[in-house]
Design a protein around this ligand. Sequence first.
Ligand code: UGA
Length: 431
Amino acid sequence: MKKIAIIGTGYVGLTTGAYLAHLGHQVCCGDISAEKIQLLNQGKLPIFEPGLEKIVKEELSTKRLSFVVGATNAIKEAEFIFLCLPTPTKEDGSVDMSFIEAVCKEIGPALESEAVVINKSTVPIGSTKKIEEIINRSDISVVSNPEFLREGSAIYDSLNPDRIVIGSQDPEVAMRVASLYKSIHTALVITSPASAELIKYASNAFLATKISFVNSIANLCESAGADIKEVTLGMGYDRRIGFEFLKPGPGWGGSCFPKDTKALISIADKLDYDFELLKQAVKTNDLQYEKIVQKILNNSNVSTKDSPPKIAVWGLTFKAQTDDLRDSPSLNIINMLISKGAEVHSFDPQISFIPASHLLPVSLIVSDDPYEICKEASVLAILTEWDEFRRYDFEKVRDFLESPQIIDARNLLDPIVLRKIGFKYEGVGLL
Ligand code: UGA
């Protein structure tokens, strides 16, 4: 049993704390928000992440997991300190390191001797060194250990990772960190800190580029009379390509891909490398949002000049199985529709978690009834791939809509069934 401190209780910090406690370690999580800590100590989660609440409750009762206010309180007696702090994008596209820097300044003098500080936040290359300089203690080691979990499947991803990457100058320290994960059987990649930091950006940028690529192929399918589901089926069986991240959609979003692609472009620029390919992947993604907006407007009787077209939207979160709205493709598309004069009425299965979010456009109408919002709308757009949408009553939807039209930006529904009951159905790259 190792004593571990986690600084930051967002999606990454909370999941890491919970599963390390689940693996048998003694974990204390610290966060600056007293409100959050109070909630967590009652076993309640400030976020929605499937399966996480159960583990938090279990580990609170085993007393292997605890929550305290403040970083310094969390690190008492800790041998390992995980930094799981936000690294947002600055105006110029570079990474804001101020949260990490402030915490390191705070905890530096209070760290137990021989402690290892492990950075899980996505940070520019060279940050491990910078953290070492801020802490400025020869008895303390700093290691990069990037996180690859996805929101919505965070617990599964953490317990079944494809690899664990540990970036350290000192092999002995790397093995001490690796020992924390000894009950997880997977590939262990030990690298320099700079390589570990770049592995994280390169992985996210590659996956984002893969989706931009497949979205382009989907658009090509529409003009070529091909079907993207068939095309990706034929591509995915090639093990060098694989089926993962080959689903076309409204464009990628979320709290990581947009931020990390921008950051890597900015990192490359500073190193005098013009990362043209990645810039194009981002541009392709922006065009994908526009493409979906155009599909929706083409089907929304915009010619009715007297009143704005009313559009119904199902799905606000950036993907299914999360309550996260940050950089959601759905919200980007809704904002574009509103700016073009549309009246948008929306529903999301997670609406009880996100009713008053500052990220929602002011003029967006949000309802907890998926059918009510279809009343007199000229088109229904599916923008997030919530599985339950498949089981909704589409005859009721058809009768409520002014004209029975669906734009399915996630290729979630069955076009044959919908067309049979009278819908005009359009997906992405489908026949
Ligand atoms: C992403 C990475 O997948 C994780 O490995 C990484 O740890 C995380 O960022 C991070 O840096 O913290 P996440 O943002 O939670 O995880 O979500 P993803 O499942 O990767 O989805 C990102 C976006 O791509 C979503 O908008 C999703 O709808 C879209 N997507 C994904 C597609 O359009 N098509 C696909 O086939 C897959």
